[in-house]
Design a protein around this ligand. Structure first.
Ligand code: NOJ
Length: 531
């Protein structure tokens, strides 16, 4: 049973920080942990309850932190272990908990384990990775394709004559989760950080940790399959999505629960159907929260979003809790992906995410409606962009530095410093200007979060669908509240219960009484208090 104090991650709003891009405290153009410490006041003011930090462990940065070379360290560019401890403590003082990113599927090829493993077939850590002999003709052991390259997921190690598996870059060798020592080692890594006070982990590629023990070929896609899989050409049935992954998640949940029920596991459950997604909650004995990619990838129109959200809520086990997200460091920012930079649309999305039943995750900059700049080829850092340019431009444009001020350096770093990724349009969109403007996106975000904090029905109350004209999404929360969001280009006449508009996306109708029908403008939303 969930106890009152254990609900922080259900009632609260979580906030993802890409550490290299949040705040640079030492003027090297790269964000760092001390920079984040310096911005805790902003986050407390915004009202978030927890931060998910993208990886901060030592990494050669072939995939910007998602290639870890030492799981019990902090990357020197980002800070020290002491900085991490201070961040956890200071955040706690601000009422904010910290989640670390755990990358258990693969290590860096610079990790000591892998360096040892490639030294020969008899090496101490050889079996910690997935090795296989070539086929008779010398080709890769099976047809698995790397997510980052459209080519074989196997790399030949010429010295030993065997291939190793890398579902991502060749610099990210997959760990062998059938090896008990790997499991024990990761228990230890979880404990290492739990002992230092982290509130939990976001688990990278949580759906793919264990591989098929027989390394069977994936099945080629047919016309019937989802476009996402058709683009890869095969269904990731054997290199990902194995049922045995759930054993690992259960093991970690048990471990987390030995601390206290406030420690949580959040999964990057990158699956495209809800049946699979809800499995990751188990019987409330696996992940506490599982990212909802079918929602993230739904078409940006009320019917599709609403259908996915309502289906999710219908399918999720009663003890479990959904997650609502629009942006992250892989899929991009909703301000661009869904809204094409349109301010009115951005406000509607924030209202949807923050007024649903479930945990919203905001990505740094979402609170100001930060958009994505175009990144020139010469400025690319993401291996995915470098590999697929110009067909795919990679993920750099959603990872640019946070826009704090209109001054040179955007308040992210000193004026004269070159930032590791180019700055976006900070003169137009920044925290400082929006903080002063009561009608800004930032103030709307903050007021929506504050409203959730004040009104328990908006966090714990039921979600009840309400009929609405095409293009409009209407729902009630906990009986008392009514949310109407017009996700269309047309004004719409809707029924509004007697009460008062508490928040209007443009703020023009804040405090206006309601009773009967009203005409809601295109791309506007309201929250009505019907008490
Ligand atoms: C998912 C992470 O979110 C992404 O950024 C990374 O490139 C891959 N996993 C590989 O770790």
């Amino acid at each position: 049973m969930v106890q009152e104090g254990d609900r922080w991650w259900r009632d609260g709003v979580l906030y993802q920080i890409y550490p290299r891009s949040f705040a640079d405290s030492n003027g090297d153009g790269v964000g760092d942990l001390r920079g984040i410490i310096g911005k805790l006041d902003h986050l407390a003011w915004l009202g978030v309850s927890g931060i998910w930090l993208s990886p901060v462990m030592r990494s050669p940065n072939k995939d910007w932190g998602y290639d870890v070379a030492d799981y019990k360290s902090i990357d020197p560019e980002l800070g020290t272990l002491e900085d991490a401890e201070e961040l956890i403590e200071e955040a706690g003082r601000h009422g904010i908990r910290i989640l670390f990113d755990l990358v258990p599927n693969h290590t860096s090829d610079q990790h000591d384990w892998f360096r040892d493993a490639v030294s020969g077939r008899e090496a101490r850590f050889r079996d910690w990775y997935v090795w296989a002999d070539p086929k008779d003709d010398g080709s890769a052991p099976n047809n698995w394709i790397s997510v980052f390259g459209g080519e074989s997921a196997w790399e030949l190690d010429v010295t030993s004559g065997q291939y190793y598996l890398h579902n991502f870059l060749q610099h990210q060798p997959d760990l062998n989760w059938w090896n008990g020592e790997v499991r024990d080692e990761f228990d230890d890594i979880l404990r290492f950080w739990f002992d230092r006070g982290v509130a939990g982990f976001r688990i990278d590629v949580a759906h793919a940790i264990v591989k098929d023990s027989e390394l069977r070929d994936n099945t080629p896609t047919t016309d019937q399959d989802l476009e996402f899989y058709r683009n890869i050409g095969q269904l990731p049935e054997y290199n990902m999505n194995r049922p045995e992954t759930h054993d690992v998640l259960r093991r970690w949940r048990k471990l987390a629960d030995t601390y206290d029920p406030q420690r949580i596991l959040v999964g990057e459950t990158y699956v495209h159907d809800l049946d699979r997604l809800v499995e990751f909650y188990g019987q409330d004995d696996e992940l506490n929260l599982a990212f909802n990619f079918p929602f993230i990838h739904a078409n940006f129109e009320s019917k599709a979003l609403r259908a996915t959200a309502e289906k999710t809520m219908g399918m999720i086990p009663p003890a479990s809790w959904p997650v609502w997200t629009g942006s992250n460091h892989d899929v991009g920012r909703f301000a661009r992906r869904w809204c094409e930079g349109d301010d009115a649309k951005i406000r509607c999305v924030l209202m949807v995410l923050l007024m649903m039943r479930g945990t919203p995750f905001l990505y740094y900059g979402d609170e100001i409606g930060m958009d994505e700049p175009e990144i020139a080829y010469e400025d690319l850092k993401d291996p995915v962009g470098l590999r697929f340019w110009p067909v795919g431009k990679g993920r750099d444009s959603c990872r640019t530095p946070m826009q704090w001020t209109a001054e040179q350096g955007a308040g992210f770093t000193e004026a004269s410093v070159d930032t590791w990724l180019p700055l976006g349009d900070y003169r137009r969109t920044n925290v400082t200007a929006q903080k002063e403007d009561p009608t800004s996106v930032l103030r709307l975000t903050r007021d929506l979060i504050a409203l959730r904090r004040e009104a328990q029905e908006l966090t714990r109350g039921s979600y009840d669908p309400v009929d609405a004209p095409d293009g409009l999404w209407a729902w009630a929360r906990g009986g008392r509240w009514r949310i109407l969001v017009n996700l269309s280009d047309n004004d719409a006449v809707v029924d509004a219960p007697p009460g008062r508009v508490v928040l209007h996306t443009t703020r023009e109708w804040d405090d206006r009484p309601t009773n009967g029908s009203l005409e809601l403008g295109a791309w506007q939303g309201i929250v009505i208090d019907g008490a």
